[in-house]
Design a protein around this ligand. Structure first.
Ligand SMILES: *Cc1c(COP(=O)(O)O)cnc(C)c1O
Length: 484
């Protein structure tokens, strides 16, 4: 006898339909990648445009996949900023690659949760294997334990939580109440994620000391020592120093070896933020910039920024994994039972559930190999130097900061323009080049001046795209001064 007239359980899309739609989707993605340059890198949309075109109520019965995909093409795609576009030079790239995309699709298909060893033995061990490969590729010693997080913001937060635990071993149990004030030291040029970590960890932004920088935007070690001494005198506990290799505005590099010495002298945790710059350590000619980072307590780098891996994938390397685990490890009843076997990666951060991110990174590392990855990074650096040389040669443009990696910070100075006029001109140029749909660059402020940034990190960006960026910029500068 049939218990129910029809099944009460939901049926998934049939495998036949999946196979057909999946083939079509790969076809669509291939075409998208082939024709990426026909899309404007920055869509010309206003806030609310997508919302107003996209149906916002659910149907009762569900819809066909074809209907959903049709709406994706007609309403979502026009609102996409194409990070894959070779003319994407804004911020730092999130440069994916085809092997990375294939790995990402596969991890979605497997849909495993890498929280305990038991819930994903292969996911747990592949994370260790992959991060071991990358560790040796960038020349870090074997004692660094690696764990993958979503973003550098999370990685730095966790590193600083471990530092906080080291400075205040009772904090996990007692909380911060009644404890002396603690301080994190970082440069004025460090990333805002360090402020956010300060807020999240209860130090507040006042608890994050912004050390001044020199003329090349590097942390001043004298100022750092002075701040630490002053805090010690007033009973404030130094918790961590955060040094940056590749700051966000200018890609400057803090003097790591000197900072290592200071951290050692005072027994302070040293965290290195190499979210962007880290992969450049693959290149032996750039290794000198990293000298000393192997002595840090923790290091963050983002393969999703400059190592051809789709978002999201950030790596936290930690010299003493126990310090990280002590900051986070709480084992609830329902997760005990055999949890002593194998590494449980949920113990090294806030998230319980963790995506199988090592799979895409493993695909990327193995597909391109040491030489391929080096060629990719070196190519980007060479193109950036070339672009910087055009700026230097042109009297109406100015290079604002050195170019150690693949980011060029520059501005239009024109002739006989006041400082305000120069700022206005650069903002005009920015708006006008980003309207072309051919390139997308970003701006920042250095020493109070508006400056432009061109950062190369996309596997699709080639010499001709960088040349085109220069032409687009020069055309925009002519337009800007003629007041059109
Ligand atoms: C991009 C960046 C971050 C933040 O990275 P997310 O992964 O987006 O959180 C932090 N520090 C530096 C130096 C960066 O370049």
């Amino acid at each position: 006898m049939e218990l129910f007239e029809e099944s009460v359980a939901l049926d998934d899309m049939s495998i036949e339909d999946f196979r057909a739609s999946g083939h079509d989707l790969i076809e669509w993605m291939s075409k998208y990648m082939e024709e990426i340059e026909s899309f404007p890198v920055l869509p010309q949309v206003e806030p609310g445009d997508i919302r107003s075109k996209c149906a916002s109520t659910l149907t009762l019965e569900g819809e066909s996949y074809q209907a959903i995909f049709h709406d994706f093409e007609s309403t979502i795609l026009p609102g996409i900023t194409h990070w894959n576009h070779p003319g994407f030079f804004a911020y730092f790239a999130d440069g994916g690659s085809v092997p990375g995309l294939l790995g990402e699709m596969l991890s979605t298909a497997l849909n495993v949760n890498v929280m305990l060893w038991k819930t994903s033995p292969a996911g747990t061990e592949l994370e260790e294997i992959t991060l071991g490969m990358l560790r040796s590729l960038v020349g870090l010693p074997e004692e660094f334990f690696g764990v993958i997080n979503d973003t550098a913001s999370s990685s730095s937060l966790y590193a600083l939580a471990a530092a906080r635990n080291q400075a205040f071993p009772e904090i996990g149990r007692r909380g911060m109440f009644g404890l002396p004030k603690g301080r994190i030291y970082t440069s004025e040029q460090s990333h805002s994620s360090i402020d956010k970590a300060g807020i999240t960890l209860g130090f507040g932004t006042d608890g994050v000391c912004k050390v001044e920088v020199d003329s090349q935007y590097r942390m001043s070690c004298n100022a750092l020592r002075r701040s630490i001494e002053k805090d010690l005198e007033s009973g404030i506990v130094p918790v961590a120093i955060v040094a940056t290799i590749g700051t966000t505005s200018s890609s400057s590099i803090d003097p790591i070896t000197d900072i290592v010495q200071i951290a050692k002298d005072y027994g302070i945790w040293l965290h290195v933020d190499a979210a962007y710059g880290g992969p450049a350590a693959i290149l032996s000619e750039l290794r000198p910039y990293f000298k000393g980072w192997e002595k840090a307590d923790s290091i963050v780098m983002n393969p999703h920024k400059w190592l051809f891996t789709p978002v999201d994938c950030s790596i936290l390397y930690c010299r003493n994994p126990d310090a990280l685990r002590e900051a986070f490890s709480i084992i609830p009843e329902y997760l005990q039972g055999g949890s002593d076997r194998g590494t449980n990666l949920m113990d090294y951060g806030v998230s319980l559930g963790r995506r199988f991110r090592s799979l895409k990174l493993w695909f990327v590392l193995r597909y391109f190999g040491e030489q391929g990855l080096a060629r990719g990074i070196r190519g980007h650096c060479n193109m950036a130097s070339e672009f910087a040389s055009w700026i230097v040669e042109h009297s109406e443009w100015e290079l604002v900061a050195p170019v150690p990696f693949s980011t060029v910070v520059f501005r239009y100075i024109g002739r006989h323009l006041s400082s305000e006029q120069q700022d206005a001109c650069n903002l005009d140029i920015l708006t006008s080049v980003n309207k072309t749909g051919e390139i997308f660059i970003s701006d920042t402020r250095l020493d109070g001046k508006v400056v432009l940034r061109l950062s190369i990190g996309n596997i699709q960006s080639k010499e001709k795209h960088v040349q085109n960026a220069w032409e687009v910029l020069r055309r925009a500068s002519v337009k800007a001064i003629s007041g059109e």
